[in-house]
Design a protein around this ligand. Sequence first.
Ligand SMILES: Nc1ncnc2c1ncn2[C@@H]1O[C@H](COP(=O)(O)OP(=O)(O)OP(=O)(O)O)[C@@H](O)[C@H]1O
Ligand SMILES: [Mg+2]
Length: 220
Amino acid sequence: MKISCSNLVKTYEGGKSGWPALRGVSFDIHKGEFVAVTGPSGCGKSTLLNIIGLLDEPSSGKYEFDGRNVLAMSDGERSDARRDSIGFVFQSFHLLNRLSSLENVCLPMRYAGVDAAEMKKRASGLLHKVGLKGKERKTPLELSGGERQRVAIARALANSPKVILADEPTGNLDSVSSRDIVDMLFALNAEGMTVVLVTHDREISARAGRNIRLRDGRIE
Ligand SMILES: Nc1ncnc2c1ncn2[C@@H]1O[C@H](COP(=O)(O)OP(=O)(O)OP(=O)(O)O)[C@@H](O)[C@H]1O
Ligand SMILES: [Mg+2]
């Protein structure tokens, strides 16, 4: 697994003209790395993560994900790659409140066509792994913020991704839960998972193996 970006530019339609969100960003991320993406609000962190995660496309530049030229892939190929290889964790959890935590974790596997029994077994194993044994039937609204984010991490792991992308996953959490979530991401990295984490927290970025610092759409 390797992420290779070269000269990425992103201009949003309807965004401030002449001021792209990304202005020529190049870097590689290798398997097993823990990379923190940092920088002031508006510098392009989420834009970059969305591109890395195949949720959005750059306006120009080159992006290779796992040896494949992303810009040459069809929409279908991109969404397959996203489903099979990328686990997302967002600041606001993005869980479905009408589903139980077990069902939330099952969802990516359902899209991947995993059979029902296997899906449930894996989902409960993952919830156990993130410390939520016994909370399988709770819906997100019955869980604390930290617990919701653990469900989101379990869901991110559902299809055994090659990389976890987390955009300020502790932004809505108190300091104790934040610590918990960050420790969990580092533990996954210690097991070999590649992790890319957007954070404003200096303590967290200091723990990462490497920092990518953005300012005004460029790497500092
Ligand atoms: N969908 C969009 N349409 C137009 N402009 C956008 C869009 N998304 C982001 N932008 C602009 O692109 C720039 C980078 O935004 P981005 O969300 O990547 O910043 P960020 O570093 O993640 O900020 P924060 O730390 O506040 O989350 C900003 O100027 C923002 O206003
Ligand atoms: Mg952001």
